[in-house]
Write a protein that binds this ligand. Structure first.
Ligand SMILES: [Zn+2]
Ligand SMILES: [Zn+2]
Length: 347
């Protein structure tokens, strides 16, 4: 079968590999759509660990792709909770089940947490074998395209659920990439009224406006926090930091009101400093979330009932053969793009 296999930095090959085989407790899925994530771009440009993952036991070459939907085509002999033909979205977390966090159900905090598609063969392929507990059935009115968006939507929706946001609150979202846009949709669904989005790109801000942002602010301005304080009469209730750099964190801290909260969703490649004097003066808090846990069924329900219109973040659909040029390279160079979906088969 055809797959996009990571061999090394800037060396992802679309090549023929063996179809995966199910073990007794696993499920084989024919992939319909797979989204490209920032972490796929990071793996392409900056690399993956060459060590075998402690849980999956797999090391590169590894098939990328962790945001995917598909159809069940085969069940291992011990699988009883699913059927061939079911349409599914995949929750790609790999965890040990034995550590302090796992034993308490906090599997996203597992000290060996990994992902299908980064630490084990993933969804940029015609077929994937996954564990039974990774499979979530999609109702008929949720499309495969929307199914591929459940994973990134879960990141944002979980962060909003874990934040202090209450209906009627104001929010600021720093970063209007796919996660920032899905955070905007989640905050709107959770009842936020004033929704301010900050980004460096006018095209992304335009998209945020289409998705319901009440105010958009260009991140190159030097009065961002002052503008937000003025618009909200003293600051937002929650600032979501979805950019992962110092200036956005500084502005997020400066934009929250007394008793407000900064919720960090981004991945930080470098440490950032935080003005604790401001946090203390406002008795605000600062917290973060990593991925999600126990939330896929709720996200699927939110999509099925029309409360989370995730397909709005899709800007392009491509074939697997075009993954590097029209996927990775375009996302790196063209800020108009939000979520690009990839079709691994030609039908
Ligand atoms: Zn991702
Ligand atoms: Zn664990």
């Amino acid at each position: 079968m055809k797959a996009a296999v990571w061999h090394d930095i800037k060396d992802v090959r679309i090549e023929q590999i063996e179809e995966p085989v199910v073990s007794s407790s696993q499920i084989k899925v024919k992939v319909e759509w797979t989204g490209i994530c920032g972490s796929d771009l990071h793996a392409y440009a900056h690399g993956l660990s060459k060590e075998a993952h402690p849980i999956s036991g797999q090391k590169p070459p590894i098939t990328l792709g962790h945001e995917f939907s598909g159809t069940i085509v085969e069940l291992g002999e011990d699988v009883s909770g699913h059927q061939v033909g079911e349409r599914v979205a995949i929750e790609p977390l790999i965890y040990c089940g034995e550590c302090y966090a796992c034993k308490r159900g906090y599997y996203n905090q597992c000290n060996q947490v990994g992902f299908v598609g980064l630490n084990r063969d993933g969804g940029f392929a015609e077929y994937v074998v996954v564990d039974e507990n990774m499979v979530h059935v999609l109702p008929d009115n949720v499309s495969f395209e929307e199914g591929a968006l459940v994973e990134p939507a879960a990141v944002s929706f979980y962060a909003v659920r874990e934040s202090k946001l209450k209906a009627g609150d104001s929010v600021a979202i720093f970063g209007a990439g796919p996660i920032g846009l899905l955070t905007l949709l989640s905050a709107k669904a959770a009842g936020a009224t004033q929704m301010i989005v900050v980004d460096l790109s006018e095209e992304r801000l335009k998209k945020a406006k289409e998705l319901g942002a009440t105010t958009i602010i260009n991140g190159s301005r030097d009065d961002i926090a002052a503008t937000i304080l003025q618009l909200t009469n003293g600051g937002v209730n929650v600032a979501y930091e979805a950019a992962g750099v110092q200036p956005t964190m500084t502005n997020a801290v400066a934009s929250v009101r007394q008793g407000g909260q900064v919720m960090a969703i981004a991945v930080y490649s470098k440490p950032v400093s935080i003005d604790m004097g401001q946090i203390m003066f406002k008795a605000a808090d600062i917290t973060s979330t990593l991925a999600y846990r126990h939330i896929f069924p709720e996200v699927i329900d939110m999509i099925a009932t029309g409360r989370l219109d995730v397909k709005q973040v899709i800007t392009k659909k491509i074939q697997l053969d075009d993954l590097i040029d029209q996927g990775f390279n375009q996302l790196t160079n063209d800020v108009k793009q939000a979520k690009i979906l990839v079709k691994p088969t030609n039908n």
